[in-house]
Design a protein around this ligand. Structure first.
Ligand SMILES: C[S@@+](CC[C@H](N)C(=O)[O-])C[C@H]1O[C@@H](n2cnc3c(N)ncnc32)[C@H](O)[C@@H]1O
Length: 252
């Protein structure tokens, strides 16, 4: 099992702060300036995010018949096909609401890294249930501080639509995925007669939330060389999974 520090790319180092490793400078804040983006870095939202905001947000995005939080966790675990001892990266982990489920799945021999740019979200993640093998890191999703091919599975749920350059984040996710590694994404998707660009032009300036076109994320993963690219649409959300070809020589 690699230690989280062993996964860092050469030359990357951070400062231990409030229980997480901070790789961003004091003035660096890549979370964005629009209202929905600023909320993620606020003091109050992390306190109510996991038990109130996120379940409600999921309902707004996916409707009353959507999977709910337990269902989303099940979908993530299915798509990531986690096994004992896996190394897992949870990009834009927020307060660790999925990170902890990944740690349970990979067991004591695995390593799980939750990465986020928000200090307050990470501080909340650290306050939640402590677990062996879990490390939290403050860094940007568009500049992941890890070696190429260092993770068996990478998740990014409910965040690409808030990230300023989401396709760069997808490129980074693909880069850190080991041969045979799996990726799971949850984000927005345009539905109905309006083209994605038209909805996005209204919604994003007001909220910071991007509306993806139907093929934007699947195409980005396929262009990055991933295979078995699958999409499942639920309301205004899409779950997307894919796999890097090959098998991990480090796998048991
Ligand atoms: C809505 S939360 C998602 C949390 C969790 N993944 C979930 O599904 O509930 C979005 C997270 O993305 C983070 N975020 C936004 N832009 C980011 C960036 N450029 N790099 C890293 N994290 C970012 C925010 O700080 C926030 O914690």
């Amino acid at each position: 099992m690699p230690a989280p520090a062993d996964l860092l790319a050469p030359g990357r180092a951070g400062v231990e702060r409030d229980g997480y490793l901070d790789l961003l400078g004091a003035g660096e804040d890549p979370t964005g300036s629009r209202p929905g983006q600023r909320l993620m870095a606020s003091r109050v939202l992390p306190l109510i995010y996991e038990r109130l905001w996120r379940p409600l947000g999921g309902r707004v995005l996916m409707g009353a018949l959507g999977p709910g939080m337990a269902g989303e966790r099940r979908i993530a675990l299915e798509m990531l096909e986690l096994g004992a001892g896996d190394a897992v990266l949870d990009v834009a982990c927020g307060p660790g609401n999925f990170t902890r489920a990944f740690a349970d799945a990979v067991g004591a021999g695995g390593v799980v890294v939750g990465l986020d740019a928000s200090r307050t979200m990470l501080a909340q993640a650290v306050r939640e249930r402590p677990q062996d093998g879990v490390a939290y890191v403050r860094a940007s999703a568009t500049d992941l501080p890890f070696r190429d091919g260092s993770f068996d599975a990478v998740c990014c749920f409910a965040a690409l639509y808030l990230i300023e350059d989401p396709l760069l984040a997808v490129t980074e996710i693909v880069r850190v995925l080991a041969p045979g590694g799996r990726v799971a994404l949850l984000s927005s998707v345009a539905r109905g007669p309006l083209p994605a660009g038209a909805s996005d032009a209204v919604v994003r300036p007001l909220t910071g939330v991007r509306i993806f076109g139907r093929d934007d994320l699947t195409r980005a993963l396929a262009d990055g060389g991933l295979v078995d690219v699958r999409r499942r649409v639920s309301g205004l959300a899409q779950f997307v999974s894919a796999r890097r070809p090959g098998s991990n020589p480090g796998a048991p």
